[in-house]
Ligand binder design. Sequence first.
Ligand SMILES: [Zn+2]
Length: 238
Amino acid sequence: MHLRDAVHVLPIRVGPDGQAGVFNLSLITDATEGATLVDTGLPGQYDAIAGALAEAGVSVETLARIVLTHHDIDHVGALHDLVRASRARVLAHDVEAPYINGAVTPRFATPEAQEQHPQLRAVAAHFRPTPVDELLEDNALLPVVGGVRVVFSPGHTPGHICLYHERSRTLIAGDALAAEDGRLRGPNPSATPDMPLAAQSVRKLSALDVQAIVCYHGGVVDDDAQGQLRRVADELAA
Ligand SMILES: [Zn+2]
């Protein structure tokens, strides 16, 4: 789905018939610099993602880069398959990289997590660690379509980042924010170990001039996005 300017949203259905929800991947197209995919779904979702890319006019082979907002299994699942099919460069914050390249056990694969959520065991077994080619820092500017800013936004995970496309004032929020039926919410508390830090990150995001927000879980918020972002920042600070 074309959202604004060069930003597309790729809704990927989860589970049989999509009854387990939708992941909202983002795609930023650039005729010169090539296409940038943000996040990669679960293991096994390669075909669905390749199909969604094709619908947006991008063939997997031409994908230039993949940015990961963080290392959770529903964001890095098809990374290995996508890299193998495309040779895209992989970009993530340096705090998240060791969880993605296999140097450190990802939080979904720790014994504690698997004990708490037994269904994670089977999913985690399909995760293939993948090298990160470029480490991102807060405020870095990706040189695509007029500039895409990296916004370090820890709390949900220690190295979570959001992306901000300056020209279209679009915030790709990853899991730093969530949404339901167009209403913006804070990050899911049950999956966010450091809520005070996550609240600080939302406060930081609320200083951006935002006209649309893409939440990985919950989709697009573009009805008074700025006002909603300030409301959520205030609610989390209360
Ligand atoms: Zn997450």
